[in-house]
Design a protein around this ligand. Structure first.
Ligand code: ADP
Length: 154
């Protein structure tokens, strides 16, 4: 059976932390679907198109990585695309507690969908999209926190 993993998130924008998790997951799966979830009550800094473009650019040389968008529940999307693994990144113990409860709920909803957790490099563990957005809003240079060569203009 093909090992397909979905890596869901907002990616507003994608950071070096996300990129590292995806790179580490490449040898473990046959296909990784980076899935941008859309939540109508959230205000995003970057449009869906721009977020898609940024992730596609980052993994342009990685044929195992596909980038898509989805609406609704992540577990439903996983079923729709035939994914058997849900990929999540862990930075801190707080991340772990938060992720654990979601993974337990998902396990109850879809018993044959397993959540796989990976740690990013320690140097990336403090990076998150919120910090990158704050730097950009304040006119700072966030380039070092995002994948190489990414165009952060809107
Ligand atoms: P969400 O909308 O779920 O907050 P994010 O885009 O922030 O989505 O994150 C998607 C996934 O990436 C989550 O599993 C999150 O823990 C992980 N992640 C984000 N930043 C990092 C990082 N710096 N190191 C490791 N994992 C990370």
């Amino acid at each position: 059976m093909k090992r397909i993993a979905v890596f869901p998130g907002s990616f507003d924008p994608i950071t070096k932390g996300h990129e590292d998790i995806i790179h580490r997951a490449v040898p473990l799966f046959d296909e990784i679907i980076v899935a941008i979830g859309t939540n109508s009550s959230k205000n995003y800094m970057f449009s869906l198109e721009k977020r898609l473009d940024m992730i596609r650019f980052t993994f342009r040389n990685d044929p195992k990585v596909r980038v898509e968008t989805y609406l609704g529940m992540t577990v439903d999307y996983c079923k729709e695309v035939g994914a058997n693994y849900l990929l999540r990144g862990l930075r801190t113990s707080a991340d772990f507690e938060f992720e654990r409860s979601i993974a337990h709920i998902n396990q109850t909803l879809v018993p044959d969908l397993d959540t796989v957790f990976l740690l990013s490099l320690q140097e990336y563990s403090a990076i998150n999209s919120t910090i990158v957005r704050d730097i950009l809003i304040n006119g700072g240079d966030a380039q070092r926190f995002v994948p190489e060569g990414l165009d952060l203009s809107k």
